[in-house]
Design a protein. Structure first.
Length: 119
């Protein structure tokens, strides 16, 4: 299976930015339930001026523990879907009945303070 195109761009350097608030313009959450209601959350953020697309991965406490850059929103959505993520607002999934997404403000956490995602 071919891997999606990931842009070479800056990654969050957590050791330098721990606790820094990150503004994300999108509220359309993706969720992956990994173990007995432990959840990984994702938000896709795009910059209209530059076209940059970043997926931020959050823990249940609003901490950003990873990020990945993609060439387009479509490629980011496909990558999330291929890795077990589903749209939180999908009416067929009914996540809203028993899950609540992380709340703003979102902030950076160091490795070990949030989950890690294998790429």
């Amino acid at each position: 299976m071919k891997r999606p195109a990931i842009k070479e761009r800056k990654q969050i350097k957590k050791r330098d930015m721990k606790g820094k608030e990150v503004l994300i313009n999108n509220n359309d959450f993706w969720v992956n339930i990994v173990d007995f209601l432990q959840q990984y959350w994702a938000l896709i953020d795009s910059d209209e001026d530059t076209g940059d697309v970043t997926v931020y991965f959050l823990n249940e406490g609003s901490g950003i523990f990873a990020n990945m850059d993609f060439d387009s929103i479509e490629i980011a959505e496909k990558a999330l879907s291929q890795n077990g993520f589903k749209k939180y607002n999908d009416p067929f999934e009914k996540y809203r009945e028993y899950l609540a997404p992380p709340m703003k403000p979102y902030f950076i956490v160091r490795r070990g303070e949030g989950q890690t995602i294998d790429s």
